[in-house]
Each structure stands twice: as structure tokens, then as C-alpha cells.
Design a binder for this molecule. Structure first.
Ligand code: T1G
Length: 713
């Protein structure tokens, strides 16, 4: 076992204990055991008068090792609190010197020390709630004693980080330092403590300033948090803060331990921990070494000043990258620039960014009517109309205009990236960058690797995604990539359910009750019925639309009737302002389509049928995407859906949820609907991968892709 904690004795009777567990000094069980031993050694050393605790590397401790939270944590096997108690009960002052970040168990460790000093740029927080848990190493009891109950409740229930100045003002730390060496800073503070003759200061002995959190305020907070039934930690946190105010430390800590374990064992926490790692895994490129030389990206171009083009280019302006926005139409270009300026002005007005930051971003924007101005760009993204002919022509031009080594990307949401790559004449430099609308807000970026995309090009754009603060997922080339391909079966069943007698409201409510942010009918009305109809048209042109004349017939008929969705107040709903109102016109339209296509109607369709028919084919398609090698991992698909389509984090994404429901159940329901609905068009045929895992009892999460090859086609 490597040394994770070292002890060195410093002249003047100060023991220096340094944690070293890169990259974030996560507190593993092993580390905590070593830490306990080093502390006991230090305290027992003759002449030791004080201890300093710090960490090596870029940051102080960023929390418990999350990978070790899959096992039950009880008082019997708790590795945290015995170490915290050991530190806090030492008869010699213990100083904690923080830098970088002190998060979760790391901040709890600092709070168990007697004194705390932090570099001026340090950030601190207890983000456990983002993992569906609460601080489990005394944080809910010590933070109120140091910073007051109100500030503690806010920090722990939001999981937000605070800066060092705020921490000082709250009393969480005792001083700031400009000393970049944490050990030195700690030693200086320890000498100061000894010179002042200051005694150990056990945090548990400090009084709690309730900060106005009286019984009524706590009751309200408990009631509010209790309504968040999908996140049990919300209420548990309030209960623990209440205990910190009303109970002795040991009883408060005992309650914390019980509630921590209950939350840790919850489906929500398992889902959130899954997504934490899935997001990080999704950014890794199998078969491509992270040391591969990437291409420099200092100046980019976007073609198309429409909604997507504007949103895309703002990501680069926000990242400080000079950008040229090209549109052949002067009015469109001027409107695009005006809209971008308006967005920045509203951000300033809302206090999201400073006026200086806004001006600096806008100064990086160069509008142009001339494609030739793209000639010096390191990356050019086309965001023109979602039409294969239009995009093909643009990509052909870019292949000639862009300088050698420039990367050319298409923002297409469904079209054949390989065909566009061929049109550019530079398939090695070409890939898809599928942003999600609004592109300057949505964090998901599907990076579509063409058959010819060079590994360095993929690695360059994948690294760029992090610079743009996007969550990137790599997709192979297929219709709709990962998200939109899975969306197809979800929308298909929506229209069939409408023709069979369900209403838009019922479908949307059933799906929203399952936790999705917005039901399919509201979503399509917002995205635009015309956009959906255009996608269907492109599918027909590409020969991938099912031969079923009833396939998504409702959206086609809505479009024919000129119902474009929210944009003209008529879609699946009628809109009065933003209020969506069921429209008898749509009910009659669905009845007529049912008659036209010989679809039997029913008076009652259950919410569980709606849930299963919309989501199980979506899961099934996700399994096909895996077995075809379009996605590398099950977690990638979960990230696409939770970051790009409003799938609830607390269910971990569609494939994580499938494992929780049970693959045999899903398989059986697909077979049921195959019998009930007929399977003439293969809508209900299970993916081989799903059938195999259901038969073998292995969860989808254990599926491993074969190592991909990156040889260009
Ligand atoms: N445990 C295990 N691995 C972790 C980790 C952790 N706490 N934090 C990061 N990693 C891994 C991560 O998976 C990645 O691995 C690498 O470190 C770099 O991370 C008792 C129980 C600190 C803001 O919730 O928010 O304490 O992909 O890419 O962008 O009350 O990591 O390289 O193999 O994210 O610079 C509470 C979680 C835990 C903080 C740094 N703490 N971490 O971001 O790097 S629960 C947290 C983060 C707890 C106690 C309870 C971020 C970061 P790989 P990264 P980054």
C-alpha cells in the first residue's frame, strides 16, 4: 500500500501531516486508516506541541472516495468519524491548511481540526446533496457551530461552494494566506497559535448561532424539503441542522449517521453517483491516448446566424475564443449579431456577468457576409438549414475555403455526417458537433466521429468541449446519432397513443410524472411541428422512414393543417400565451387518422402503458446503439438523456433505469406490446443485446464495448 499520508517533524515541536492521493486527495478507507495512524504517531511524539494537516498537489481534499460509497456505511464500519473524533479530541492544537478546494469529507476533516487557514483562492463546500446524500462525517453538526445554522443549511442543502473570503466572514476559517505552499502556511499559523498560547478548540464544544432559524422556520423548511420525494437527502439535511440546534453533538451526529446511510442506500443516490462518473467517462476516447497532439484552436468560424448559429458562437465568445459569424444574408447576419448582443445585455442586467466581461466577449465577434473570411479559422462549424442539399453545398465550399489543418464540423442533428464529410473532400478533418438548443445554455454536445475522422481531430474537439464547459459524448454516424435516434420510437408511440384515444395532456402528464422535464407533445410544440415534419421529410428522402403510413401521422397532419406549435399558438395544444390548452380540433384530427389507418380506439389508456410504450422502445433503441458501436458505453447514453433531453437525474438515465426496472420485465413488456399492437414494422423486436442480458441476468451496466478502431476509412 503506497503512502497516502506522510508525517514529518518540524523544529519547534510541530508535526506536519500531508495527505497525498492525486488527483483530488479523495478520502479512501485506506487513506483514513493511514491518517489515523499518523495522527496518533504525531501526538505521541515527544516534544510535539502542535499538528498541521495539509494536502499535496493542486488541491486540498475534495471529499470521500465516491467509488467506496456503494457499500453500506454504519457506525460499525465508519472510517470517517473515528478519525474526526481523534483529531478533535487531541490535547494539542491541530491546524488545517487548505488550498484549491476543500469539499465534502475534506471540509469535514478541516472542521474537525481546531484551527483553519486557507489560501485566498480556496473554495469550500459540502456538495454531498448533488450525490443524493448529506455530509456523513459530522459536517451537519460542525458547520452550524462554526458558521451558524442558517449559513450551514444554505450551504449543505444547495451543495454550493463558497470562496475563502466568505468562509472567513462566516467564521468557518480563522485566516487567509497568500502563501501558496499550504504546508508553510499551516506551519506559520501553528507557530502563531503556540506563541499566543491558544489551546485546542474542539468544534463540537462551540455554541450554535441559530441565525434566525427558529422552530417555525425549521418547520417550513422541513415541509418544503419533505415535498421533494425523489431526493430524500433534502429533508434529512434539515433534520440534521435542526438537531445541531436542539440536540447535544453526539445525538446530532448519531442522527446524521442514520440519515446518511438511508440516503446513501437510496435509488436516487445510486443514480446520481452513476451520473457523476458517467459524465467523466463519456469524455474519454477509447483507443486514443490522452497524450495525442491536438490541433490548436485560437480562431473559429460559424456559418449561419440563425438560432443555432448564434447559440453556438456564444459558447466560443464565452470561452474567450475569437469568432467570425458568417451569413450570406445581410438581414439575417445583422439580426443575428443584434440577438447575440441582446443576450449579453440581458446577462449583464441579470447580474450573471459583468459589463466588462460582456464587452470583452462581444469584442471577439466578427460578423461577415463573406465565406472567404473563414479561410484563417482553425475550426468552422456549419449551422445552416437542416437540409441535406443545403448542407452538402456548404460543406463542399468549406472543403475548399478552409486552410489546411482546419477542422470542419457540421451541427446537423440527424443527417449523414459521412456524406457531408465526403462533400467537404476532407473526411479526416471533418466531424459532427451536435449542439442542443438553446446552444449557449444546454451543456450536452454530441461529437459525431465520421468513418474518416482523424483521431487528433476527435481528440481536439473533445478537449475543446471541456473548454466550452460542455459535457461531450462521442457518437458514431447513424440517423439521429444517440439522442434523436432514441427519440424517434418515443415520438412514434406518442402519435399512436393519440390515435388510440389518449390525449396530449394525459401523455405529457404520464411522462412528466415519471420525472422527465417535459412530455413529448409540449416538447414538440416548443421545438416546432415544422421542424419535426422536416425531419420526417428528410427521413423519407434518406429512405430510413418506416414504410408504415401511420408512422408519426399526427405530427404530419398537424403540419399540413398549419399548426406549427407554440410559434403560431397551435400544435398538439392550443396556446393562450404560454398556457397549453387541449384543443378539440386535435382530438378530432386523431380520431380521423385512426379511422384512416384502421387503428382501434380505446376509452382508457393507463399511464403505465404510456410510460412503457414511450420509454421501453427508447431503451431498446439504446441497446441497438450500443451493439452497433454508435455509443461506447451505457453511461454515455444516460448522459445524453439527462444532459440533453430532460431525463431525470434521480433515475440515472434510461439505461440505468432499465437495470433498476429489470431487463426481463422490459423484455416481457416489449413482447406484450408486440402481441397487443402487432409487430409488422418491427417496432417491438427486442435488441439482441437486451435479450442476451435479460437472459443472462447481467445488467446493462456490465456491458463492455469491443475496443474501437480509429483507422480512418
Ligand atoms: N471520489 C472519487 N473520485 C473522484 C472524486 C471523489 N470524491 N472527485 C473526483 N474524482 C475523480 C474523477 O472521477 C476524475 O477521475 C478525477 O478525479 C478528476 O476529477 C463523508 C461521503 C473536485 C470539482 O462531491 O466535484 O465526501 O476521470 O475530472 O474537473 O460527507 O472532481 O480522471 O479517472 O471532476 O478538476 C463529496 C466530487 C464526496 C466532489 C474537480 N465530494 N468531485 O473537478 O476534475 S461525498 C464531491 C468534483 C463525501 C462525506 C461524503 C470534481 C472536482 P478520472 P474531475 P475537475
Amino acid at each position: 500500500m503506497r503512502d497516502l499520508v506522510t508525517l514529518s517533524h518540524i523544529e519547534g515541536g510541530i508535526a506536519l501531516i500531508t495527505i497525498a492521493n492525486p488527483p483530488v486527495n479523495a478520502l479512501s478507507r485506506e487513506l483514513l486508516e493511514q491518517l489515523g495512524r499518523r495522527i496518533e504517531e504525531a501526538a505521541a511524539a515527544p516534544g510535539c506541541r502542535a499538528l498541521v494537516l495539509c494536502a499535496a498537489g493542486r488541491t486540498f481534499v475534495c471529499g470521500a472516495d465516491i467509488t467506496q460509497l456503494d457499500q453500506p456505511i454504519t457506525a460499525a464500519n465508519d472510517a470517517f468519524n473515528p478519525v474526526m473524533d481523534l483529531i478533535e479530541s487531541l490535547p494539542k492544537p491541530v491546524v488545517c491548511a487548505m488550498h484549491g478546494m476543500a469539499l465534502g469529507g475534506g471540509l469535514e476533516l478541516a472542521m474537525a481540526c481546531h484551527y483553519r487557514i486557507a489560501h485566498a483562492q480556496t473554495r469550500m463546500g459540502l456538495p454531498e446533496v448533488t450525490l443524493g446524500i448529506l455530509p456523513g462525517a459530522g459536517g451537519t453538526q460542525r458547520l452550524p457551530r462554526l458558521a451558524g445554522a442558517k449559513a450551514a443549511l444554505d450551504m449543505i442543502s444547495t451543495g454550493r461552494m463558497i470562496d475563502a473570503d466568505t468562509a472567513l466572514a462566516l467564521g468557518l476559517i480563522d485566516g487567509l494566506t497568500a502563501q501558496s505552499d499550504a504546508a508553510q502556511a499551516g506551519l506559520e499559523h501553528a507557530r502563531h497559535i503556540l506563541e499566543q498560547g491558544l489551546p485546542p478548540r474542539p468544534t463540537r464544544g462551540l455554541a450554535v448561532d441559530s441565525g434566525g432559524l427558529d422552530a417555525e422556520a425549521l418547520k417550513q423548511a422541513l415541509d418544503t424539503a419533505g415535498r421533494n420525494t425523489t431526493h430524500p437527502a433534502a429533508r434529512a439535511i434539515v433534520e440534521c441542522i435542526q438537531a445541531a440546534i436542539t440536540l447535544p453533538f453526539s445525538q446530532g451526529r448519531e442522527l446524521e449517521g442514520r440519515l446518511f446511510e438511508a440516503c446513501r442506500a437510496s435509488d436516487t443516490s445510486a443514480a446520481l453517483r452513476h451520473l457523476f462518473f458517467a459524465e467523466r467517462e463519456a469524455a474519454k476516447l477509447p483507443g486514443i491516448p490522452s497524450s495525442l497532439q491536438r490541433r490548436p484552436i485560437h480562431h473559429i468560424g460559424v456559418i449561419g446566424a440563425g438560432t443555432m448559429g448564434r447559440g453556438i458562437i456564444m459558447n466560443f465568445l464565452d470561452a474567450g475564443i475569437s469568432s467570425v459569424l458568417v451569413d450570406a444574408n445581410r438581414d439575417a447576419l445583422e439580426n443575428g449579431v443584434a440577438q447575440i448582443r441582446k443576450t449579453y445585455e440581458s446577462r449583464v442586467a441579470r447580474g450573471r456577468i459583468s459589463a466588462a466581461r460582456s464587452e470583452a466577449a462581444l469584442a471577439l465577434l466578427a460578423p461577415s457576409l463573406d465565406y472567404a473570411d473563414l479561410g484563417q479559422c482553425d475550426l468552422v462549424i456549419e449551422a445552416v438549414f437542416e437540409d441535406m442539399d443545403v448542407k452538402t453545398a456548404v460543406c463542399r465550399q468549406l472543403g475548399m475555403i478552409c486552410k489546411p489543418g482546419a477542422i470542419i464540423a457540421s451541427n446537423t442533428s440527424t443527417l449523414d455526417v459521412d456524406a457531408l464529410a465526403r462533400a467537404s473532400g476532407r473526411p479526416g478533418d471533418f466531424l459532427g458537433m451536435h449542439f442542443f438548443s438553446p446552444a449557449h445554455v444546454m451543456r450536452l454536445l454530441e461529437i459525431v466521429r465520421g468513418r474518416g475522422t482523424l483521431p487528433e481531430v476527435l481528440a481536439t474537439v473533445n478537449a475543446l468541449a471541456k473548454t466550452l464547459r460542455k459535457v461531450s459524448v462521442i457518437s458514431g454516424v447513424c440517423y439521429g446519432f444517440i439522442g434523436n435516434r432514441m427519440l424517434e420510437s418515443y415520438l412514434r408511440e406518442t402519435d399512436f397513443l393519440l390515435m388510440e384515444g389518449a390525449t396530449p395532456r394525459q401523455i405529457d402528464q404520464a411522462i412528466e410524472e415519471a420525472g422527465l422535464a417535459m412530455g413529448p407533445c409540449r416538447m414538440l410544440d416548443m421545438a416546432g411541428i415544422d421542424v419535426a415534419a422536416k425531419v420526417l421529410l428528410e427521413q423519407g428522402k434518406a429512405g430510413i422512414r418506416p414504410s408504415d403510413p401511420a408512422y408519426r401521422a399526427v405530427v404530419g397532419r398537424l403540419f399540413e393543417r398549419g399548426r406549427l406549435g407554440q410559434k403560431n399558438h397551435l400544435g398538439y395544444y392550443r396556446y393562450e400565451g404560454r398556457d397549453a390548452i387541449e384543443d378539440p380540433e386535435v382530438a378530432m384530427l386523431c380520431e380521423a387518422l385512426a379511422r384512416q389507418h384502421g387503428i382501434a380506439r380505446r376509452d382508457h389508456i393507463s399511464n403505465s402503458e404510456i410510460f412503457e410504450r414511450c420509454l421501453f422502445p427508447l431503451i431498446n433503441e439504446g441497446c441497438r446503439i450500443l451493439e452497433e458501436g454508435i455509443a461506447y458505453r451505457t453511461g454515455d447514453i444516460d448522459i445524453v438523456w439527462t444532459k440533453g433531453y430532460g431525463f431525470p437525474d434521480h433515475r440515472g438515465g434510461p439505461l440505468f433505469m432499465a437495470d433498476r426496472i429489470g431487463l426481463p420485465t422490459i423484455l416481457e413488456r416489449l413482447a406484450h406490446y408486440s402481441r397487443a399492437q402487432g409487430n409488422e414494422h418491427g417496432y417491438w423486436t427486442p435488441a439482441d443485446l437486451l435479450a442476451a442480458h435479460a437472459a443472462s441476468g447481467r445488467p446493462l451496466s456490465q456491458w463492455q464495448a469491443p475496443a474501437p478502431t480509429h483507422e480512418p476509412a
